[in-house]
Design a protein. Structure first.
Lengths: 109, 109
DNA sequence: AATCTATATAATAGAATGCTTATGTAATAT
DNA sequence: ATATTACATAAGCATTCTATTATATAGATT
């Protein structure tokens, strides 16, 4: 793991949608439809963002029936960064709660 | 400071050149020509990367004679992140030393 | 004053990014 | 078996990013 690997992680996290996803998954397991609902974004767009996060190994998927549930992979070598990052910016917490409540009950699953 | 501000920081750090600059400045004050030398990159390219870092407020410039010396601004609200990030990835340290020694004596100042 | 020197800015071209629409796929339900 | 549902992938397009070359600027030197 060198500087350019590290830059790659930051690049992936350096997008509002993906960082919001991470912050949400830091609180609970999420479904793809949670994200489309929260962000008002098409399903393929969400899927493409998730692919980048999964490629990093930071996010893992669990399939159950129709739905795919996404969560942070605690085994990931990057996992420890996440709580540190989130807690470094206290205001994020409230914003994430707002996002999560926005998709509560409205999403498909 | 919200999620999208935070994503903006990551985006700026999510580039090998800029992250290397940050890691180098975390060790010592650097001159523009140090960077052009280290990275084998044109002076305007370096200048544009530095502009992004200065716009964040993370890097400050000190002019002395011909040269402009750049360093991390300890007053920056983002400053505390840097040592945390760098020290989270131990391998970076050796790589930065290598970069710094590469431009030693060869750069213009 | 005229000339260097280090750096900044402008203009521009090519690559990368992120969205949309269209389509494929795998599991469930009828 | 067929249809439905959630999700993935592909293709296309507009925007953004990052480099280069050319030019401007500000301080030092002659």
């Amino acid at each position: 793991m060198n500087i350019s690997d590290t830059a790659e992680i930051f690049k992936v996290l350096g997008d509002t949608t993906r960082l919001s996803m991470i912050a949400m998954m830091n609180k609970k397991e999420c479904c793809v439809c949670d994200f489309t609902e929260c962000f008002g974004m098409s399903q393929p767009a969400v899927s493409q963002h998730l692919k980048k996060l999964r490629n990093l190994g930071l996010v893992k998927a669990r399939k159950d029936g129709y739905w795919t549930y996404l969560s942070l992979d605690k085994e990931s070598k990057y996992y420890d960064m996440i709580p540190a990052l989130i807690s470094a910016i206290p205001e994020i917490d409230a914003q994430v709660d707002q996002l999560l409540s926005a998709c509560e009950g409205e999403s498909c699953c």
